[in-house]
Design a protein around this ligand. Structure first.
Ligand code: 2HG
Ligand code: ZN
Length: 493
């Protein structure tokens, strides 16, 4: 759209005053900001919220570190409304924060600087299922669990899964290339995106890949959008690939005597069993999750635990699992273990792993979400353990994560008596050291949570200067006015 064109012809730029003046409109009493009066004049049906409780609710994510301060919250109900908002925002240079379920842990959906939150929560319909293509078309506001249910209703699965499934939205999953607990079998969100409709930062509607399996026709903008954290475009529709349900499975909880055993057991189990998940947590994590209502499944004190799920369709596979367990026991890599005998028991074992984030939430932990190649995990773990022990002599550090993918979550709890600011400063100092360690091991400062606000200072530990320059260039192409999620991913917008 040319710079001079107005979106609905009802406003003129009062350049002398450096602001925008609404013309011919009846001001909304609740919307004293003239930009909002204008926006609702352009889009009379648009739902706009300005009550302080709404600004707080929609202006933050699960990080809880920044004070929400958006201009307002727009809740479009259609692609046309998203397009109109984006065109208006370009015209008026209003920053937009795209918003899904706001379960993110990197501040990617935080609006703390007078931005307009563009919540996709009303665009929450499953649009269709194609039995031949085995795809599900959805709007971005569909909750992940509803995607699972819709796929299940057609006898198939959408296999990306993680603990926030009941609250996170598929649009947010796409924006962060969400991973989760079954990446070891199915990969990240990226693998399951057959097509996207996207409104770019410049206010154009793109239809990307159209569900094609094979499409060798140049740059794949669909994949560029996945993981772009709302800095290139806003997903308004996604075509998701579905797959066959996995065979019947079993869930096992293992107690391990030391850190080295983690990857030894993983290597053994991976060669013996068709793994669907291989997750770990420490005794610290267990203590919190038990205090939060989960049930202890293995007696005694053990420093490390693994929850693993594997195909167990027949007796042969079940025997293979027991044989693998016994071998690990004989080699001293496992001290104890249980196998779930029912779905309820399997859910109880999974709760020990999946309940950790919620059980720690009251502490508002400082979080790291790091990854290295699987082969680099043992050496990295040792260096990381030494670093954390040295740098956090007082804070409780809770580790857990997707060890089978080389992805670790580190949650640091603020010690009593240490002020929040001093705590964050300490954690940022340690994160810089951790970033340097990761760099030596060829790892990433963000495995699956995104860069957002939290990790942007460390982006250059994972991506080269040349890559970052290209990323900025790409952003300029899709969002020339820099209105989409400014300040996220790159420190300077
Ligand atoms: C998980 O794996 C999530 O449970 C959250 O990615 C991780 O809370 C965290 O640090
Ligand atoms: Zn995770």
């Amino acid at each position: 759209m040319p710079e001079s064109e107005t979106i609905c012809g009802t406003a003129t730029l009062d350049a002398a005053r450096g602001g925008w003046q609404a013309v011919g409109m009846i001001p909304e009493p609740s919307m004293s900001d003239p930009r909002l009066t204008e926006l609702s004049g352009c889009l009379p049906g648009l739902r706009l919220l300005t009550a302080s409780a709404d600004l707080e609710h929609y202006g933050r994510d699960w990080t809880r570190r920044w004070t929400p301060a958006p201009l307002a919250v727009a809740l479009p109900a259609s692609t046309e409304e998203v397009l109109a908002i984006m065109r208006w925002a370009n015209e008026r240079r209003v920053a937009i924060v795209p918003s899904g379920g706001r379960t993110g842990l990197s501040g990617g959906a935080v609006a703390a600087n007078g931005e307009l939150v563009l919540s996709l929560e009303r665009m929450n319909r499953v649009l269709g299922f194609d039995a031949v293509d085995r795809t599900l078309s959805v709007q971005p506001g569909v909750i992940l669990q509803h995607v699972h249910e819709a796929a299940h209703g057609h006898g198939l699965v959408y296999p990306v899964d993680f603990a926030a499934r009941g609250s996170c939205s598929i649009g947010g999953n796409i924006a962060t290339n969400a991973g989760g607990i079954r990446v070891i079998r199915y990969g990240n969100t990226r693998e399951w995106i057959a097509g996207l409709k996207v409104v770019t930062g410049h206010g154009e509607l793109l239809e990307l890949n159209r569900g094609l399996i094979k499409n060798s026709s140049g740059y794949d903008f669909r994949q560029l959008m996945v993981g772009s954290e709302g800095t290139l475009g806003i997903v308004v529709e996604a075509t998701l690939r579905l797959t066959d349900p996995p065979p019947p499975s079993q869930v096992m909880l293992l107690a391990l005597p030391d850190m080295d055993a983690l990857m030894q057991v993983f290597a053994l189990f991976r060669t013996r069993l068709p793994l669907q998940a291989f997750e770990f947590f420490t005794d610290h994590a267990l203590r919190h999750v038990l205090a939060h209502g989960a049930q202890r499944a293995i007696a005694g004190d053990h420093p490390y635990y693994v929850v693993t799920e594997f195909d167990a369709a027949d007796e042969r596979q079940q025997e293979a699992a027991l044989a693998a367990f016994e071998q690990a026991l004989e080699r001293g890599w496992v001290s104890d273990g249980v196998i779930a005998q029912s779905e309820a028991q399997a859910a109880a074992l999974w709760r020990l792993r999946e309940g950790i984030t919620e059980s720690l939430a009251p502490w508002r932990p400082y979080k790291n979400d790091v990854s290295v190649r699987i082969s680099a995990v043992p050496a990295f773990l040792h260096e990381m353990q030494a670093l954390l022990a040295r740098e956090y002599p007082r804070a409780e550090v809770v580790w857990f994560g997707h060890i089978g993918d080389g992805n670790l979550h580190i949650n640091v709890l603020r010690p009593d008596g240490l002020a929040e600011d001093a705590f964050i400063a300490q954690c940022e100092h340690v994160t810089a050291l951790l970033a340097a360690t990761l760099q030596r091991h060829g790892g990433s400062i963000s495995a699956e949570h995104g860069i957002g606000l939290v990790k942007r200072a460390y982006l250059d530990s994972t991506r080269s200067a040349a890559e970052i320059a290209l990323m900025r260039g790409v952003r300029k192409v899709f969002d020339p006015n820099g209105i989409l999620n400014p300040g996220k991913l790159f420190a300077d917008g």
